[in-house]
Design a protein around this ligand. Structure first.
Ligand code: PHE
Length: 386
């Protein structure tokens, strides 16, 4: 920038006084000692410098260029500086007069420069602000909202259904003892579930008979032991079986147990309750059927099927025969009531147990039960709220 000044007259090089030429500082001294600049030349220089300075400061496009212009116009080696140094050689009168003129020009140019500096600083700040600007009107970036797992959705729905019927939720431990998991449930010594082959035993020194509960039915026992009748409970929870997983089986899965014990409870109550559940879960026009079945803790016991919600019961790929087997149920065996200290002459009850995974794969037509535990986001996204 410094080199592009237009219209600046090249100042005559001053020849220093011969007598002083070989002394350091001789050029400055020349001014003081009455150098070769006469007052009219000094005045001219002041005027050209005033004009040149204004022009240079105005033309500075950045703070760096402004600083360069400052050195050129007001610096020690500037024409203005030379005029200032030449003042020393003038007579007192002239010195005062010209000194004031120099100060005026310097003051004026300093002001001009200062205003330019303010403008450039403001520009630089607004450029910085513009570069940094945040557009508040842009839509935000939403983190993906998770969803409840399909098993949780199904469990909540089943439990919700029974809460509305007036049941309460009960719980039991996942590590059970032989008495709660088998003996109290009237499961005989030679029942296959009792072998190491079918159940998962836990080895804790001093507790030889602990196992991972094989069904939520153990919660029936724990509930009856903890309270007198009447009982109206649902007990959702995790259960464990020693088996290899495949498209329809998992070694760890979930059930919802229901238990009702009261005076005058009959098989008709069980039927009505199951029908209400099947219709609540799979649609108003579902029918249910009972097929005799054996569970040691109920008598009579039954497998319950519902008409297929896809084909309505005529038979399709999903159900085959038109019926979908859904759960086990029955009237609580009097021995079970007695094992828990209930009077089996006065009280009767029903119980049933339902696999949550089974309801989920039917409900959402999931081809492989293992998808429920793999945590694959592509699968789980289907259940999102977005
Ligand atoms: N506990 C049984 C099972 O896991 C289901 C069941 C519960 C059957 C209650 C009858 C009564 O298969």
């Amino acid at each position: 920038m410094g080199g592009s000044v237009r219209g600046h007259p090249v100042l005559p090089r001053r020849a220093p006084a011969p007598a002083l030429i070989d002394r350091p500082g001789a050029i400055e001294a020349a001014g003081r000692l009455g150098g070769p600049m006469d007052p009219s030349e000094m005045l001219r220089t002041l005027e050209t410098e005033r004009a040149r300075g204004r022009e240079l400061f105005a033309a500075a496009a950045s703070l760096e260029e402004l600083e360069a212009a400052n050195v050129t116009v007001l610096g020690r080696k500037s024409p203005l500086g030379a005029v200032q140094r030449a003042l020393g050689a003038l007579a007192e009168d002239q010195r005062r007069q010209l000194g004031k003129a120099v100060n005026d020009v310097r003051g004026e140019l300093t002001d001009v420069q200062e205003r330019r500096r303010e403008a450039l600083t403001a520009d630089a700040e607004s450029a910085l602000l513009a570069a940094d600007a945040v557009d508040m009107s842009l839509p935000g970036r939403r983190p993906p909202i998770g969803s409840l797992h399909p098993l949780t959705l199904v469990e909540d729905e089943i439990v919700g259904l029974f809460l509305r019927l007036g049941y309460r939720v009960a719980e039991g431990p996942e590590i059970e003892d032989d008495w709660h998991n088998f003996q109290a449930l009237n499961i005989p010594e030679d029942h296959p579930a009792r072998t190491m082959k079918d159940s998962l035993y836990v080895s804790i020194p001093g507790h030889p008979e602990l196992l991972l509960r094989t069904e939520t039915s153990a919660v029936q026992i724990r509930t009856m032991q903890s309270q007198p009748p009447p009982v109206y409970i649902v007990a959702p929870g995790r259960v464990y079986r020693r088996e290899t997983s495949d498209p329809t089986h998992l070694a760890v899965f979930h059930q919802v147990e229901a238990l009702v014990v009261d005076e005058g409870i009959t098989f008709a109550d069980l039927k009505g309750t199951l029908e209400a559940m099947a219709q609540g879960l799979f649609g108003e026009d579902r029918k249910i059927r009972f097929t005799p079945s054996y569970f040691p803790f109920v008598e009579p016991g039954a497998q319950i099927g519902v008409t297929c919600f896809r084909c309505g019961g005529v038979g399709c790929q999903l159900c085959g025969s038109g019926w979908i087997e859904l759960l086990g149920a029955g009237m609580v065996h009097p021995k079970v009531l007695e094992n828990c200290g209930y009077d089996s002459e006065r009280y009767t009850g029903f119980a049933f147990g339902l696999g949550i995974e089974r309801v989920a794969i039917l409900r959402y037509e999931i081809p492989d039960i293992r998808l429920l535990i793999e945590g694959d986001v592509r699968f789980l996204e289907r259940f999102g709220v977005a």
